[in-house]
Write a protein that binds this ligand. Structure first.
Ligand code: NAP
Length: 355
């Protein structure tokens, strides 16, 4: 594994939002990266970070409170690594501008995830998809690149499915999500819409879940991803929890396995070896609990410092083969933490930064 000799300067685009703040928390004391620039909209640019930002959790790192927020523009942001927590309404124009200017852009927005030459990566699951970068450079002629991470619910579901996909193959998946309020950003869902309520609709969420899992669990051949062919049906619900997306899945397998074999495959799964030693990697990316009433959002969302997906209630399904419940932290594993892990993987593979 390559590790940098000195910390690499990084920028955060959308630094004032829910995911942007999670980036700040994950990067404030990072061994390889140093926050050099905080960028947001015209509403925030020119203010100090403390003035621009409604800080949501714990204390804002003192060293950043007086830092001036800059515009999301390559003329104002020069870091070689750019973490983007931009809204999709603006990511489509802004992220390529940074790649054109030579930056490695780690994006959380939906805009580029399904492009044929853009990797959609969870390091433990499909690190091999970084091979698409060669094709991206050739296609687009950018000195920089865009690497994406998936929709937060799709990330949780995909991590739980990866061992089943690898060992048995997947035929059909029905996924029902219970997604936390922080998934809608800040200020997000109005309190009168969510307190004591469940909203059975999250705009554009079900199509994202249905298409992104197949790309991530697909195979790279000749610089292209051949998506996995299993059918996915998603129901997305917003529920009154703060952080953590809980997903219930019923799964039909290509090759039948006993319940013991299925549990064994999931418990033994570790993911790509070079992802395991990265600074943000949890000791276990997937943890299987045998407790009959877990995972629970409040109790398990912080597992592995927010980077572990907890799976439980693995049991036979009378219609499909097996059903289970998985839980992961949406703004950490499903967004900023996942993006930082992608950047670490790229550094470790010699794809970014001076050594
Ligand atoms: P958010 O809280 O609404 O934050 C949006 C950020 O984008 C703010 O920093 C805002 O800056 C900035 N922004 C908005 N318009 C801009 C413009 N015209 N120019 C520059 N900056 C602009 O949203 P979020 O939840 O953090 O989500 C950020 C991205 O991550 C979205 O694409 C979302 O889909 C994705 N994502 C979110 C989650 C999650 O769990 N929340 C999970 C996975 C992916 P100002 O403060 O200056 O307005």
């Amino acid at each position: 594994m390559i590790s940098p000799r000195s910390r690499i300067p990084v920028a955060i685009l959308g630094a004032t939002g829910a995911v942007g703040q999670t980036f700040v928390r994950r990067l404030a004391d990072h061994p390889w990266f140093e926050i050099a620039e905080l960028a947001a909209s015209e509403r925030s640019a020119g203010k100090t970070y403390a003035e621009a930002c409604q800080w949501l959790e714990g204390d804002m790192p003192e060293s950043l409170a007086d830092r001036r927020v800059v515009l999301c523009d390559p003329a104002s942001v020069g870091s070689p690594i750019v973490f983007s927590a931009l809204d999709s309404a603006v990511a489509g124009d802004m992220e390529p501008a940074f790649a054109r200017a030579g930056a490695v852009v780690l994006s959380n927005a939906k805009n580029f995830r399904m492009e044929a030459d853009v990797p959609l990566v969870i390091p433990e699951v499909n690190a091999s998809h970084l091979a698409l970068l060669e094709r991206q450079r050739a296609n687009r002629g950018w000195p920089g690149v865009i690497v994406t991470n998936a929709n937060c619910a799709a990330t949780v579901a995909t991590m739980a499915l990866a061992p089943l996909s690898e060992t048995f193959g997947l035929k059909q998946v029905v996924v029902v999500t219970m997604q936390a309020i922080s998934g809608a950003g800040y200020p997000g869902v109005p309190s009168l819409d969510i307190l004591g309520n469940v909203v059975p609709y999250i705009g554009d969420e079900e199509p994202k879940i249905e298409r992104e899992m197949n790309k991530m669990l697909g195979q790279v051949t000749n610089d292209a991803v051949v998506p996995a062919s299993f059918a996915v049906s998603a129901h997305a619900n917003r529920v009154p929890t703060e952080h953590g997306h809980l997903v219930c899945m019923s799964i039909a397998l290509e090759r039948r396995g006993s319940l013991d074999e299925i549990i064994q495959a999931m418990s033994a799964w570790r993911g790509a070896p070079d992802a395991l030693t990265l600074p943000s990697a949890p000791s276990r990316a997937l943890v299987v609990t045998t407790s009959p009433n877990r995972p629970q959002t409040r109790r398990d969302v912080g597992a592995g410092n927010g980077m572990t997906v907890t799976v439980g209630r693995i049991r036979p399904d009378p219609i499909f083969d097996v059903k289970l419940v998985a839980l992961g932290h949406n703004t950490i594993r499903g967004a900023a933490g996942g993006s930082v892990l992608n950047a670490e993987l790229m550094v470790a593979r010699g794809l970014i930064g001076a050594t």
